[in-house]
Design a binder for this molecule. Structure first.
Ligand code: MTE
Ligand code: MO
Length: 423
């Protein structure tokens, strides 16, 4: 087994001889039944002696301060400019599947704007029977729809094309969030305007200076696209497009237009900046592939991983991660502890939900030896997440977007972890 360490500390190829299976210790955590009494058991603590804060203390709550490191982070060399910017969800510290809005990644091309509900207008124009403008209150009067969907930036994992680079699942895979949206189906609004037979595409625009305009085929627009105004039960955060954004299930994040202001029904695609010079995939021969809308099946072990090493010795170890596919539900996730030689099917916390994140667990007994930890997602279409090398054979290394290759974490005997590649 050959390991390719991060480009930041490239030491050429290195052998990480994985010990063959060793006798597995049965240890769990040390029982505290012996020795000095534990004051946390024997003494009455202050929190039991005095009253806590009253219910009025926090009308709107934040996480307890002990959890203040569960935050979005930046990669400094990526975000020299904070107006055209990106930050990353701390997926290594979360569990379950729903991303709390407060730590969900953000991507703005011209900064986050403040748009009040009374100032909100949504126009539908172009090839329609009736050109319409909706206020926010108008939107609230249409029948609502609801769904949990992941939103993944096409550039997620993009920095890893040339080799292992960033040390942490937050940085390699954190341009993603998964929230429960409530809003109005776009087909309901388009039906209100009446799409003419020549209307084969829509062009969607945001109210921010960048506008982030994108073309979407009418079939998708009439299928599951939503104009959402709530995420995880509450109003969208300003940074996620308050008061309304587009939700385009399974398709790349760039199409999820925030601060949505206009939908033009057109005969063909507009070929805007965001779908020509950006968000296209340049192949090995220099030709760029366009309209890569769907996010292919992908997964990552979120813990243990470089930001969350193993803090205990040999014995029970929870290996966990996330899997998702833009083509439907996750059917299976396999985990390897030996760099892809052998695979064990992981336990899905819940059956896969189409175009939403799935949590997986492998209830492992760690022998205290090095591991080359990988996960491999399989979706309901039978698509299997490829290795990074298999992806490079077809796509070359000129790409930025749509890197869904299998991720490897090199877990060392001391429990620390590093981003590596195996070949
Ligand atoms: N109006 C507008 N919409 C936008 C963007 C933007 O800059 N302006 N960025 C896009 C990109 S590239 C992504 S990945 C997603 C990110 O959504 P988020 O900020 O809620 O994570 O929004 C998309 N929608
Ligand atoms: Mo993006």
């Amino acid at each position: 087994m050959t390991v390719r360490p991060g480009t930041t500390s490239r030491r050429g190829f290195l052998r990480a001889g994985l010990a063959a299976s060793v006798a597995v210790p049965t240890a769990v955590s040390a029982a505290r039944g012996q020795g000095a009494p534990d004051p946390l058991i024997t003494e009455v603590q202050d929190w039991a002696r005095y009253s806590g804060e009253g219910v009025d203390a926090t009308p709107y709550g934040l996480p307890i301060h002990f959890e203040s490191d569960v935050i979005r982070r930046n990669v400094s060399w990526l975000t020299a400019d904070t107006i055209s910017s990106i930050n990353f969800t701390p997926i290594h510290q979360l569990d379950g599947t729903i991303t709390p809005a407060g730590c969900a990644f953000e991507r703005h091309h011209s900064g986050a704007i403040e748009l009040a509900k009374p100032d909100y207008r949504l126009m539908i124009n172009g090839l329609v029977d009736r050109e319409l403008v909706f206020t926010y209150e108008d939107l609230e009067r249409f029948p609502r729809s609801q769904g949990v969907y992941f939103c993944e930036c096409a550039a997620n994992t993009g920095m890893e094309w040339a080799g292992a680079q960033l040390n942490g699942s937050q940085f390699t895979h954190g341009m993603i969030h998964n929230m429960e949206y409530v809003g109005v189906s776009l087909k309901t609004l388009l039906a209100e305007a009446g799409v003419k037979p020549e209307g084969k595409w829509i062009y969607v625009e945001g109210a921010d200076a960048s506008s982030n305009g994108r073309s979407i085929p009418i079939e998708k627009a009439m299928d599951d696209v939503m104009v959402a105004f709530k995420a995880n039960g509450e109003a969208l955060r300003k940074e996620h497009g308050y008061p309304a954004r587009l939700v385009v299930p399974g398709w790349e994040g760039n199409l999820w237009v925030k601060w949505l202001r206009r939908i033009e029904v057109t005969a063909g695609p507009v070929e805007s900046r965001e779908e020509t010079s950006k968000y296209t995939d340049t192949l090995a021969n220099g030709v760029s592939r366009k309209w890569t809308w769907v996010m292919d099946a992908k997964s990552v072990v979120t813990a243990p991983s470089p930001q969350v090493g193993i803090k205990h010795g040999p014995g029970p170890l929870v290996i966990t991660g996330l899997a998702w596919s833009g083509r439907g539900a996750i059917a299976r996730v396999d985990v390897s502890v030996d760099g892809g030689k052998n695979w064990t099917t992981a336990r899905l916390a819940q059956p896969g939900v189409p175009m939403a994140m799935t949590r997986f667990y492998l209830d492992h007994v760690w022998d205290g030896e090095e591991m080359l930890l990988q996960s491999r997602a399989v979706d309901e279409t039978g698509y299997v997440q490829p290795t990074k090398n298999a992806l490079r054979e077809i796509r070359g290394e000129n790409s930025i977007y749509h890197n869904n290759g299998i991720q490897t974490w090199w877990i060392k005997k001391d429990g620390s972890a590093e981003n590596v590649e195996v070949s």
